[in-house]
Design a binder for this molecule. Structure first.
Ligand code: ADP
Ligand code: ASP
Ligand code: MG
Length: 598
């Protein structure tokens, strides 16, 4: 078997002729070392932005098909130049467009999904001793139109080619020496990570760490391709993204920021099955990805749901929300703009309670108010005012001492036996029709949970910190005195009052209620309600949140089974809902059936 390597070069790494030559030299060196080499190349420098701007001169909303036709030219220019540079360096090369590589996609222009890749042509060139220079970011739809995979999509091309070719490694050459604890442009003391697991990287990328396209990590994780992110300008070793070897010793691995979030809240909703499904359906119809989805406990039969969308999707989301609430008497839609989402990610979180409390305390320390909160096993996300974002990132980075070196969990080389969960993903992957199909590996039910809701709480900095520090047993999160908080949900406030809900293991319900009672008592009418037995249903898999269809399918199945949803929490790898204890079994059966899981 020939050894294959995929090397991807981003825009700045092919920005001018000397950089193109440098990239070509890397590929030639790898070939000389005995590898078959596939290069994936992006458009030069800011070319794609320039083309977008140019299109805007004619039409503020250019036809998607024509825009894809235009944007794909950026990569076409780069591959031809790269092939010439390789010839100049004395090796054989051939440049290929997305279509010529054999990448077929669906026809969602601008964010097309890869259906299949035919590799015969590619392999012929490789076997003939040529370096294949593949255009990133593009494919061809069934009808023969050129499509693009979404901004930053060359990473996806690279990961996909590495997967189908069974490449030994996928190298991502960029303008930073690896994956850092946070974007080094925001926090100069950010530290480079030597290695990071797919799960953590997927969360980071999908929560805003722009260094890698999140769908490329989804791909690499699904197919188990080791990815190395490194600088195209130096020979530093970079960051290895692979299956995590062990749970990291630190609770937080990295931070991510999304600067352009907008909030949409649907209030006055009837608290009955089917409402969430209706909302998700309207959003999915317009391919609007919902980000932080927050539903808190209903009051007097009236429910409320909030979610965030990219600012650019706000108009579409509002139109869809209007359609959804028009049928529901008394429901209304409100929005919040100029918001940012800051997230902390770490596979070590489940073993270290108090991470959320520490993040809340840090934000309170800079007097930064938190609008919405969502959590999953390995992340905490807070929605805050955009103009506080940089300051907040720096404060949280310092609070978790992310600039300081710590022995990281060693990466695995891929030869160890798969865990049961990984085995399930592998089985599902083998049965995929299209390469980017949704992978739902498991639907599970945890009937051993209790839900606590604290309301009303004043809407000011420090409240979340007081509450969760108390529940965690104090600021130093001593696990022997505190309760283990699982999901945290905070919805938007009304008239200065907010509500916060969270879950803990049922055995810790009483303790948690007692601990939460202390700060609640200081908030005047603040009251803790406990439901000692609820069921938490989780759909887990890969890249769930970015597939608009997952939420829709989940909520449609629950509605069909007449199960009411109390709380919702979402992440890239898991969507969880809390339902009444006696509805758990019915819910899990319906959802398993919907996702075709035995
Ligand atoms: P390319 O054109 O090579 O694909 P990108 O601009 O897409 O490069 O990605 C590299 C940039 O990602 C860096 O310049 C950096 O500012 C940004 N970035 C965001 N988050 C991180 C992070 N956690 N680690 C490293 N870089 C990051
Ligand atoms: N050229 C495309 C972009 O700028 C794809 C990429 O660079 O990954 O988004
Ligand atoms: Mg990129």
């Amino acid at each position: 078997m020939p050894r294959i390597i995929v090397q991807k070069f981003g825009g700045t790494s092919v920005g001018d002729t000397s950089r193109i030559r440098r990239a070509a030299a890397r590929a030639v060196a790898a070939q000389k070392a005995g590898m078959q080499v596939v290069m994936v190349v992006s458009a030069r420098g800011k070319k794609t932005d320039e083309l977008v701007r140019l299109a805007g001169e004619f039409d503020i909303d250019p036809p998607a098909r024509e825009l894809d036709m235009l944007l794909a030219t950026g990569e076409q220019e780069s591959v031809a130049l790269m092939a010439m540079a390789i010839r100049e360096a004395g090796a054989e090369a051939v440049s290929l467009t997305g279509g010529q590589i054999g990448i077929s996609t669906d026809d969602t222009y601008g964010k097309a999904r890869i259906r299949a890749i035919k590799t015969d042509r590619l392999k012929e060139h490789l076997d003939a001793g040529r370096i294949v220079v593949a255009a990133g970011f593009q494919g061809v739809s069934e009808s023969g139109d050129i499509t693009t995979l979404g901004r930053g999509g060359s990473d996806l091309t690279a990961a996909a080619l590495a997967a189908v070719l069974g490449a030994e490694r996928c190298e991502i050459y960029t303008d930073v020496p690896g994956v850092f604890t946070v974007d080094p442009r925001i926090e100069p003391s950010a530290r480079k990570l030597d290695c990071i697991g797919y799960d953590e990287m997927l969360e980071l990328a999908s929560l805003g760490a722009g260094v890698m396209h999140s769908r490329s990590i989804e791909f690499a994780g699904k197919y188990g391709v080791p990815v190395v992110v490194r600088s195209s300008l130096t020979d530093e070793p970079g960051t290895l993204i692979a299956r995590a070897g062990s749970v990291p010793s630190r609770p937080v691995t990295g931070l991510a920021l999304v600067r352009d979030a907008a909030r949409v809240t649907l209030a006055g909703l009837p608290d009955r099955p089917g409402v969430m499904a209706e909302i998700f359906r309207r959003m999915a119809d317009r391919a609007i990805p919902l980000d932080m989805v927050v539903q808190d406990l209903s009051v007097a039969g009236i429910a409320e749901v909030s979610f965030t969308v990219p600012q650019e999707d706000l108009a579409g989301a509002l139109a869809a929300a209007k359609v959804a609430v028009d049928e529901l008497d008394g429901a209304e839609v409100t929005v919040g703009t100029d918001l940012a989402k800051i997230s902390a990610v770490g596979a070590g979180m489940p073993d270290r309670p108090g991470v959320a409390a520490k993040m809340f305390r840090t934000l309170a320390g800079i007097d930064c108010n938190v609008v919405l909160v969502t959590t999953s096993e390995i992340k905490v996300s807070c929605l805050i005012a955009r103009d506080r974002a940089d300051e907040a990132i720096r404060a949280v980075h310092a609070a978790f001492a992310l600039d300081r070196e710590e022995s990281a969990g060693a990466g695995r080389d891929g030869n160890e036996p798969l865990s049961p969960a990984e085995q399930r993903v592998r089985t599902v992957v083998e049965g995929l029709q299209g390469m980017e199909d949704i992978v739902v590996a498991d639907v599970s039910l945890d009937t051993d949970q209790a839900r606590l809701s604290v309301r009303p709480v004043p809407d000011r900095p420090g409240v979340l910190a007081d509450l969760f520090e108390a529940v965690a047993g104090g600021p130093d999160d001593d696990p022997s005195t505190g309760a283990t908080v699982d999901m945290i949900v905070q919805n938007v406030s009304h008239a200065g009052h907010a509500a916060i809900s969270f879950t803990v293991p049922a055995s810790e319900a009483e303790l948690a209620a007692q601990l939460a009672g202390a700060p609640a008592a200081t908030w005047g009418e603040g009251e803790v309600q406990t439901d000692p037995h609820v069921a938490k249903l989780s759909v887990s898999g890969v890249g769930l949140r970015s597939h608009t269809g997952v939420g829709l399918k989940l909520f449609a199945a629950l509605a069909e089974a007449q199960v009411n949803v109390q709380l919702i929490g979402t992440s890239e790898m898991r969507v969880s809902v809390v339902v009444a204890a006696n509805e758990g079994e019915r819910a899990v059966e319906a959802v398993r059936e919907a996702f075709g899981i035995a």
